[in-house]
Design a protein around this ligand. Sequence first.
Ligand SMILES: Nc1ncnc2c1ncn2[C@@H]1O[C@H](COP(=O)(O)OP(=O)(O)OP(=O)(O)O)[C@@H](O)[C@H]1O
Length: 314
Amino acid sequence: MADEVEDPGVDPVAVEEYGDPDVNRKFERFRGKHPIVVRGLKNAFGEQVVHEDLDLEVKRGEIIGVVGGSGTGKSVLMRSIIGLQTPDEGDIEVFGRSITRGDPEDVVGVRNRWGVLFQGGALFSTLTVGENVEVPLKQFYPDIEPGLMHEIARYKIMLSGLPEEAVAKYPSELSGGMKKRAGLARALALDPELLFLDEPTAGLDPIGAAAFDNLTKELQATLGLTVFLITHDLDTLHEICDRVAVIADRKVIAVDTVPNLMKLDHPWIQEYFNGPRGRAALTAQALDELRRHMDQPVALNAIKALDKSNDRKA
Ligand SMILES: Nc1ncnc2c1ncn2[C@@H]1O[C@H](COP(=O)(O)OP(=O)(O)OP(=O)(O)O)[C@@H](O)[C@H]1O
């Protein structure tokens, strides 16, 4: 969970140990409270205003889910944060540096500190999985010798839950779930502090989606990542998100835990979280929680009663 620390966002040990500012930059880790701060964002395409006066602060170490109806601008928000979309107004800071106003050199220094899994994986079809993972390594660290580069790529691929054989495979030889994991391995190539995931479980079956959620949670906890996760998947929101930002009416209208959001009166929020699918996801999460406590008689009895009631309905 996010750590509430107030400081300038620069690791003082790194600054002290290396006099060269370029070296400092390479080893910097963000220690501030909010690795992403968006203020007064406006994005428009011609007459169509997608965002207006949108604010968002992401806490260090959290998994923040981003939800909203189709076309509300979730992907455009992510693209703005990673510098692929120039906003019409507003300011975006990542690791305390302005993406929108900053010196381009500075932005390059920040870019190797995040990883992105785009929708569909966005792998290069003519490269093997291993070569795909090496792309960012070659871009940012061209001097790493090839043997070490292969080894780093192999490690990231296995960290993403793929078998070793996947290293030499081409994207066309992978299932949908494996492609996502390969995309994740590439996003992790540079040991990012910040991970962006755009609909990572879309198109996966429920078992594959749950496995990917578990992997995301595990990586966040073990690697100390902050995760910005766009999703429509209610199970993902319930299972792994610390907080959820809701985009509607061109803004972030609320950021909170799922239970707190469910109490809000906004029509879209009510329909989304308290509609039939929202309730089913909540029941599934409650059942999972009970199963984790199967050794306790109360939990066991509750599960038996629910199973019986489901049998009767079937
Ligand atoms: N490059 C672009 N040029 C013109 N319009 C764009 C561009 N990129 C996005 N849009 C428009 O901006 C709006 C928001 O798009 P975006 O992809 O961010 O939505 P989204 O919330 O991610 O949707 P979904 O949940 O369906 O993926 C859409 O109406 C889209 O058509």
